[in-house]
Design a protein around this ligand. Structure first.
Ligand SMILES: Nc1ncnc2c1ncn2[C@@H]1O[C@H](COP(=O)(O)OP(=O)(O)O)[C@@H](O)[C@H]1O
Ligand SMILES: [Mg+2]
Length: 436
């Protein structure tokens, strides 16, 4: 028997073009309609048998979270039927499930109770939850004082320790540091091996391929593909790359005037985007920009071009060993490459409150496949092995990668020279010596 069964499920949200429309609708006792229906899911059917890991991929806004919320019983379908038979433990997108005014500890008890655990049962797993979350004394503080990364740690710890029959994981693992992410993934694999039924949404194609028994691709609320994971993920990735090449026109827009005057502000004070942010804030990122060598903002990344990633930071307290860097993430949310001052053998002097540093990272853009890439800047205090994160911002700048001269197989084109019928240098010298 299938634990989860969706039959022609559709879900619409009302969209009001202004708040007053909502009021007008109320005043006419809903006899007149002042809204439009936005269909987040259209005619979605699938089944997940017991013990299977079912993955969902799709672009932002394709309806993945809406679908998971229906499985979790938080939303009801507008039409169609959704049946779920089993105890569900859901790790949904940030902010859901916890009461911000209560302490972490109280929230653990509250959450586990909602999932059907008795106090005695929770007592037995509480220490494990606390240990897995690794948030230290914060467990006794109200959840509203937590960073987004801490919320996810605790939510994940609860979700996996309440012995669910169905585990739902919605992209939440993209938040927080890579070590915690890997620890969580190991747990998901363990639960999979134990026969827990899993619904997994992720932008990381590698994670999906490693976990998914079957995969569904949602496209604007509709099922585009459903079946074997490798097949679905390959088709999805191919479609994404094709779509991204549409951005090519950007390349010819706004040409850079290399003879013009140079305006290169030393300190950058703009953060174009903040998806998630965490850290103890003893120091903060105050700006990030991706520039050409003349200090001008780049509209596009081009293979083999020289770029400058400029990051400005300010200390709010003293930092012994400041380390500033960034992570380059690809359009699937995979951490692709990154570096920082310590890694580049630059020892930054200790910072005092009010100090502002601006770091320029000069790099040559590799021949990456043409998709969108984002830069996530960070400042930490400590060594590479032992540090405290002061400020981390997910996806602060996103830039489109322009296609190079040829096809890129995989993530990047290997810097490579090919010789045909060549001999190794030593052989050649031997050969020349013999000829000579
Ligand atoms: N409460 C809501 N009210 C109106 N529109 C919503 C609501 N929640 C989600 N949507 C819209 O529904 C679509 C699907 O959203 P979502 O399920 O979050 O997609 P995904 O998780 O794949 O990014 C998006 O266009 C989103 O803007
Ligand atoms: Mg979502």
């Amino acid at each position: 028997m299938s634990l989860i069964q969706f039959q022609a499920v559709s879900k619409s949200y009302p969209i009001y073009s202004s708040p007053s429309d909502r009021l007008k609708e109320l005043l006419t006792f809903n006899r007149r309609k002042f809204h439009q229906d936005f269909w987040a899911l259209r005619d979605v059917s699938f089944e997940v048998p017991r013990g299977q890991t079912f993955c969902i991929v799709g672009e932002n806004g394709s309806g993945k979270s809406t679908l998971l919320q229906i499985v979790a019983g938080i939303l009801a379908p507008t039409s169609g039927s959704a049946s779920v038979n089993g105890r569900v433990s859901a790790l949904l997108e940030l902010g859901s499930g916890f009461n911000p005014e209560f302490s972490g500890r109280d929230n653990v008890y509250l959450n586990a109770a909602i999932l059907g655990f008795s106090s005695a049962q929770i007592d037995r797993v509480y220490r494990q939850i606390e240990e897995f979350a690794e948030i230290g004394d914060f467990i006794n503080q109200p959840v509203k004082t937590y960073s987004s990364g801490m919320v996810v740690r605790l939510a994940f710890a609860v979700a996996i320790h309440v012995d669910p029959e169905i585990l739902i994981v919605d992209e939440a693992l993209a938040v927080g540091d890579i070590y915690f992410r890997q620890r969580c993934l190991r747990k998901v694999h363990e639960m999979r091996a134990r026969g827990v039924t899993i619904l997994f949404v992720s932008h990381a194609a590698g994670d999906v391929k490693a976990l998914g028994d079957r995969t569904m691709w949602l496209d604007k609320g509709r099922v585009r593909e459903l079946g074997n994971t490798d097949m679905v993920v390959s088709k999805y990735l191919a479609a994404m790359v094709e779509k991204d090449t549409g951005y090519l026109e950007l390349k010819h827009r706004d040409p850079v005037d290399r003879n013009g005057p140079v305006h290169a502000p030393e300190v950058v004070t703009e953060i174009p985007n903040i998806d998630h942010r965490y850290g103890d804030r003893r120091a903060e990122i105050i700006g990030i920009a991706v520039l050409d060598p003349y200090g001008r903002k780049l509209p596009l990344l081009e293979p083999h071009s020289d770029i400058v990633v400029r990051i400005s930071v300010r200390a709010n307290a003293s930092l012994q060993m400041p380390n500033v860097g960034f992570m380059l993430r690809n359009h699937l949310g995979v951490d692709f490459a990154g570096t920082n001052t310590t890694r580049e053998d630059i020892e930054l002097p200790p910072m005092e409150e009010g100090d502002v540093y601006t770091l320029d990272f000069h790099l040559e853009v590799p021949d990456l496949y043409p998709a969108s890439f984002s830069f996530s800047p960070a400042i930490a205090d400590g060594t590479l092995m032992n540090y405290q994160m002061c400020d981390w911002i997910d996806n602060a700048v996103s830039l489109q990668m322009a296609p190079g001269n040829g096809q890129v197989y995989g993530y990047m084109h290997l810097p490579c020279k090919v010789e045909v019928n060549a001999r190794l240098d030593d052989n050649r010298k031997v050969a020349e010596a013999q000829l000579g």
